[in-house]
Design a protein around this ligand. Structure first.
Ligand SMILES: NC(=O)c1ccc[n+]([C@@H]2O[C@H](COP(=O)([O-])OP(=O)(O)OC[C@H]3O[C@@H](n4cnc5c(N)ncnc54)[C@H](O)[C@@H]3O)[C@@H](O)[C@H]2O)c1
Length: 424
């Protein structure tokens, strides 16, 4: 009779056996990742995302969705070119949510869609990759976090520099003390955008479902200078340059400085370059003060492209400068460069990070998780509210809510087209 083995002998022998067996087998191919099925909504920025998702290992882009049929056709062809498989075209993203086989919605529709689509997607059991700014107003951000938690879904926000290996290294260095205590950060944006002119009422183009384009936003007549893209410059749908390009850099500033919500927000600026329909500033400087003697400033010039440093961090023993391509350099207090590295923007890595969280069933283990990402978007909203009310705001560091200013707090939320109010 075989003598009985004690536990240690058993474990030892099976471990040795496993090693011997593994050595005798031919090398096994890397295990294929579980297929993640996605649908992509809003196909301008979304076209880039759809093709980037399509070439990731183990991803099926099953649907592309746009309310503009021309854009949907173009994107379906691009995805097919990228991965060899043509996705289905739908004009209503709710068809994507109805498909039980879909794991995630990618939302790159205009800002007024981000929260309503994310909340509906989470309720339908889908994970969400949602573009920046994550919400059109602060209340929507709060609801998105609630929805993600309630349904235990991964919600990754599209500030992709959070996944850039070079930027991650730079931020780790300053967190590790490379420039001493960091107490300030400054970000800028510059470009030459033209005038929007004055909008004229015209027939809605045949390829566009304008009613579904508007969706949750209360109805407005169709004018010829709003759709596509120019909606960014109208408060009804967009958040100006601060919410458009500002959020990318403010997210980096907040990350590097390790701050959450500000205690004071100031703004100056306006539509200085052109007299036209644009409501949001083209020239805008915003300041944010945080507890513990730390501050962020952002300066946006949308009608003059003279570029200054993208993001700088100021520390007691030096400065760290990030450029808009992901390169960085470290300087001492004599402005001597002590380290310089090349980098990238992190787009593919950001998508890979989202897919890993889904496959590992770790919905909050994301580089730009909604709970944290919302705080960066909130900075944009607070800067815009300070601009629109024409005064400085004092805020509660705990949740960013504006103190002692009921009029400013009216901008915390928006009105909805009846039937589209987001509900968690
Ligand atoms: N992370 C980045 O680097 C980055 C870059 C560009 C844009 N963005 C973000 O992507 C979003 C879209 O920006 P854009 O420049 O592509 O704007 P855009 O106006 O050019 O494109 C938006 C697209 O969404 C479509 N759309 C509108 N409502 C829809 C709906 N209900 N269903 C499906 N499609 C719908 C429009 O028809 C249009 O094709 C914005 O929130 C923007 O901030 C992010």
């Amino acid at each position: 009779m075989e003598p009985t083995m004690n536990r240690r002998e058993f474990v030892g022998r099976t471990a040795l056996g496993a090693v011997a067996l593994a050595a005798s087998l031919p090398a096994r191919a890397e295990e294929a990742p579980r297929t993640v099925v996605v649908g992509v909504m809003g196909l301008s920025r979304g076209m880039a995302l759809a093709t980037e998702f399509a070439v990731q290992p183990g991803v099926e882009v099953r649907y592309v969705c746009d309310v503009d049929t021309k854009r949907a056709e173009t994107c379906a062809a691009e995805v097919e070119k990228a991965c060899g498989k043509r996705p289905q075209i739908v004009d209503d993203f709710r068809r994507i949510l109805e498909d039980q086989g879909v794991d995630a919605l990618v939302c790159a529709a205009p800002n007024h869609w981000h929260a309503p689509a994310t909340i509906l997607a989470c309720s339908a059991g889908k994970h969400v990759y949602v573009e920046k700014p994550c919400c059109h107003n602060p209340r929507e951000g709060e609801l998105m976090i609630e929805a993600a938690r309630k349904h235990n879904r991964a919600v990754q926000v599209g500030t992709q520099r959070r996944s850039s290996p070079s930027i991650r290294k730079a931020i780790e260095m300053i967190h590790g003390g490379a420039i001493g205590r960091v107490y300030a950060s400054r970000a800028t944006y510059a470009s030459v955008r033209p005038s929007l002119g004055r909008g004229k009422p015209v027939a809605v183009p045949a390829e566009l479902n304008y009613d579904l384009w508007q969706g949750p936003a209360p109805r407005m007549d169709y004018l010829d200078n709003r759709v596509h893209y120019n909606w960014h410059w109208f408060w009804h749908w967009g958040n100006g340059e601060l919410g458009n390009n500002g959020v990318h850099t403010l997210d980096l500033c907040r990350w590097g400085l390790q701050v959450d919500n500000p205690v004071r927000v100031t703004s100056c600026g306006g539509r200085y370059r052109f007299a036209d329909d644009q409501e949001t500033p083209d020239t805008h400087t915003v300041g944010f003060e945080f507890e513990g003697n730390r501050a962020i400033t952002w300066q946006g010039h949308s009608c003059n492209g003279y570029g200054e440093d993208f993001v700088n961090f100021y520390g007691e023993t030096g400065t760290l400068c990030l450029d808009d391509g992901g390169d960085f350099k470290l300087l001492d207090l004599d402005n001597k460069v002590v380290l310089e590295e090349k980098g990238t923007l992190g787009g593919p890595e950001h998508i890979a990070d989202f897919l890993t969280a889904i496959r590992d069933e770790a919905p909050t283990r994301l580089h730009c998780e909604i709970g944290d990402a919302y705080k960066s978007t909130l900075l944009c909203h607070l800067g815009n509210i300070a601009h629109r009310t024409g005064r400085s705001l004092r805020c509660d560091a705990a949740d960013g809510k504006i103190l002692d200013d009921a009029e400013a707090m009216k901008h915390w939320a928006r009105d909805y087209e009846p039937g589209w109010e987001p509900k968690v």
